[in-house]
Design a protein around this ligand. Structure first.
Ligand code: HEC
Ligand SMILES: [Cu+2]
Length: 457
């Protein structure tokens, strides 16, 4: 049986002698029958039509005016693109796309033309047989080679321009420094850390916020991307293409926004239940506005009587402080990697390990008070009053949504880690917060009162 393509003893599925494939010549060739359409039925046609319909429906989703559309510009003008990185990427995308469209149309067109124009008709004699055509063969070797080499080299050049070095050079050419922002992906929200929010300024401070980052206009921003749990992907379509956010690794990218305004971003790598609800925003501000935000970040605020009661709930009954920081930045020592958020993440790992224990062992731990603390990394709420949304871009932030979020986070964001893990949601059967309406009201006052003075008006 020399025709078997694999050695019989290596064969992973031991075939019996009967089921062994026979030599090709042994297989009876069925005569070409004229009733092939009856044999296959209409199914392929219907499948094709359905597929076409689905594709057309999907195409309806490609709204060029949508917040996160990469098609927000016409291919020739590149209008509506937020900055140089996105422009570079969109140009490359468009040239690649249209080159391929032209090649596709030419090749398929020639194929269809030849198949139809020179098809065999009944009674036709055998046409003259030709072998090879040197000029044609040279042409269809050289043209694709030039195309592929050209587009390939250009792609690599663009890749180099996306390196942070380009941002540093660009900033220095204007006598400034780029701003470095660390983005940490969490299931399912984004943490933004500015170790040096005003480079070159002596009075520097650490700023940490979540889900909405603020940057000055016309300044190169270098993003350092990290993850605390699984792989995410950082994507602000109108400012820069996506970059993976991988645990234990720091990836980087940069962007520059040429106009003030709000830009939408999204996690672009499936990362669990609420992946689609892991959005973020980039607020591009005038220089002075940005400076005012940094200057007033975590400055002490005057609390009303209600808000002061809310603070007590935050620190006491609500246990919010085990996960959230208010009125300060979440400090992490870059040398040791330790600090409050890091410690919270360690606790989280211990807690998930504890959850993996046998149920009776856990019960024993609870009875003897040996269960691990439930403190986890959570959005910094210091500048909550600057944010326009809650729950990583899910609902507008106002008193009502804030109250709803604290009372029942699942009603806004199913699967969120806050209601899954915070102790106050584990005691009631309906899984809502174990707080009175008065406590909720005070909490809302307290959280609304937080924030840099620039946002409080
Ligand atoms: C077990 C840790 C934990 C506790 C305790 C906790 N939270 Fe949260 N909280 C989170 C996490 C995680 C998120 C992010 C959820 C998401 O968007 O997926 C969050 C989100 C929020 C947000 C929305 C922030 C934003 O920018 O979108 C608010 C407001 C909030 N929590 C308030 C509170 C209050 C008030 C309490 C106390 C009653 C509390 N949290 C207790 C973990 C916690
Ligand atoms: Cu994600």
């Amino acid at each position: 049986m020399g025709q078997l393509p694999f050695a019989e003893e290596d064969s992973p599925n031991e075939r019996s002698a009967e089921s062994r494939p026979r030599a090709v010549s042994d297989i009876p060739v069925s005569p070409v029958s004229g009733n092939s359409s009856r044999r296959f039925g209409r199914r392929p046609l219907i499948t094709l039509a359905l597929l076409g319909g689905v594709l057309m429906l999907a195409a309806l989703g490609c709204d060029a005016d949508a917040h996160q559309s990469i098609l927000s510009s016409t291919p020739w003008t590149l209008d509506g693109v937020g900055g140089p990185v996105a422009r570079e990427q969109l140009l490359l995308f468009n040239v690649l796309l249209w080159t391929m469209v032209v090649v596709f149309v030419l090749v398929e067109g020639a194929l269809l033309y030849a198949a139809i124009r020179f098809r065999r008709r009944p009674g036709d004699p055998l046409p003259p047989q030709t072998h090879g055509h040197t000029p044609l063969e040279i042409a269809w070797t050289i043209v694709p080679t030039i195309l592929i080499l050209g587009l390939g080299v250009w792609s690599v050049i663009v890749l180099f321009k996306l390196e942070p070095g380009e941002a540093i050079a660009l900033a220095r050419a204007e006598g400034k420094e780029p701003i470095r922002v660390e983005a940490v992906g969490h299931q399912w929200w984004w943490e933004f850390r500015y170790e040096d929010p005003l480079p070159g300024d002596e009075a520097t401070k650490l700023v940490t916020t979540a889900n909405e980052m603020r940057v000055p206009v016309n300044t190169p921003i270098i993003m350092e991307l990290k993850s605390d749990d699984v792989i995410h992907s950082f994507w602000i379509p109108k400012l820069a293409g996506k970059q993976d956010v991988v645990p234990t690794k720091t990836n980087s990218m940069w962007f520059l926004a040429e106009e003030t305004g709000m830009y939408y971003g999204q996690c672009a790598e499936f990362c669990g239940t609420a992946h689609a609800q892991m959005k973020f925003r980039v607020h591009v501000m005038e220089d002075a506005e940005y400076k005012a935000w940094v200057a007033s970040f975590a400055e002490p605020v005057q609390l009303s009587a209600e808000a002061a009661r809310g603070q007590l709930v935050f620190l006491g009954d609500g246990q919010c402080v085990t996960c959230h920081t208010v009125g300060a930045s979440d400090v992490v020592d870059p040398e040791t990697g330790e600090g409050v958020q890091h410690a919270r993440m360690q606790t989280y790992i211990e807690y998930t390990q504890w959850l993996a224990k046998r149920a009776d062992e856990r019960l024993q731990d609870v009875r003897t008070g040996n269960e691990p603390p439930t403190a986890f990394a959570a959005p910094n709420l210091t500048d909550l009053s600057c944010r326009v949304t809650l729950g990583a871009g899910l609902v507008d932030r106002n008193r009502e949504t804030l109250r709803q979020w604290v009372r029942d986070p699942d009603s806004i964001k199913p699967g969120n880690r806050m209601s899954e893990l915070a102790a106050i949601y584990q005691t009631r059967l309906d899984h809502r917060a174990d707080l009175t309406e008065a406590q909720l009201g005070d909490l809302v006052e307290y959280l609304t009162a937080q924030g840099p003075a620039v946002c409080l008006q």
